[in-house]
Design a protein around this ligand. Sequence first.
Ligand code: GLA
Length: 449
Amino acid sequence: MRWMMLVLSLAMCGAAGAQRDMALEAGLAKTPPMGWNSWNHFAGKVTEQDVKDAADALVSSGMRDAGYVYVNIDDTWEGERDAQGVLHTNKKFPDMKALGEYIHARGLKFGIYSSPGPRTCARFLASYGHEQQDADLYASWGVDYLKYDLCSFGTLMEAGIADHPEDPDYGNKMMKAAYLKMRAALDKTGRPIVFSLCQYGHDDVWTWGASVGGNLWRTTGDIQDNYASMTKIGFAQGPLAQYAGPGHWNDPDMLEVGNGGMTADEYRTHMSLWALLAAPLLAGNDLSKMTPETKSILMNKAVIAIDQDRLGAQGDRVSKDGDLEIWSKPLSGGGRAVGLFNRGTSEAGMSLKLSDVGVVAKRDSGQRPVADRSADGAVTGASFVGGSEVAFRTLATPWSKTASVRVSGREPARLHVTNVWTGSAVVDTNGVVTEPVPAHGVVLLRVEP
Ligand code: GLA
């Protein structure tokens, strides 16, 4: 029996690995998914018109071109199943196929929502017992992304656990099998569909989410549109950094930027932290009514570039001193994004010693003069030879007025530091950058060789 279970579980792991590879081969979620989701603003009231408006606004605002391509309908689109078990939409969504076409016609991608249980979190019908039928239906609508939310499957797990007191992992096994089942159903449609697991971080999902074919997995309960909720989630994500990478991301939940519950500095903290975390960027506001400030926060290209950096590394906390925290994310090309966060309620000066950042300055070949190398003025210049720097001291000799003698090793080459939100260059003083950081705010830096 044990032997059979081992064979079964190895077969399941093999299948999951193959599915994950398939997802990556299809180019799914090579960088954290970006787009819009209906839940944070519209919740259960979302209608077809709201979704069309969001699609139009993604285009007209420039968000699509900044990378926000998924248009994801969350819970409450579902109607009843017919005699054949086919799920129909409710009257808020009269024609899902046509809506999918509307979205695709604008160069966007289409996302939908369900649960492995019999009901969704808002008590609408979900996929339990109809997984392949639902996957086929989504594919026929042109769906590109599925958020699969545990919800009522938890009740089935409780019953399973009660029936199997001998197996402490029974619930976890049920949950994994349920996600794997839908991944297999999606794959069987032949349509590349991003698979977003939502089970609020139970059972350390980051350690197995990729093995059941998840392209992203929620790591927390639901975010709310306030600074306390956003920071409680965001600043707790550091230990999960090792589990994120191309094709499989930690998801600290959707953005609240523009929903009105935080100040501009707080929303910049939200966006900066999510970018440093390589988090999916799913806007959760009403895109048809955005202030210029909201647009500037959601569409800062340099911030988005940090989130979407192709290295795909999630950042982590570097230091914490009371309310002041420094976080850093490795970037392709050897640079780093660094966030100076002030979680306190009054402005604070924060300093960053550049030698601590872990970026090695690039030494170009060819000549580069170095001035003021020593107090006595004896060093007159330095050259870069084959990538390593040589300094020269000027001496008088009997046969020539001057000669160059090699005297020292390397001159630290300068790092390039940019304030990401303002776009301006930051100047260091003796290798230290010091910036005023507003209350609940951030200074986001890009440090490059
Ligand atoms: C859960 C999820 C939310 C949202 C709602 C919909 O609470 O965590 O993100 O999808 O369900 O009912």
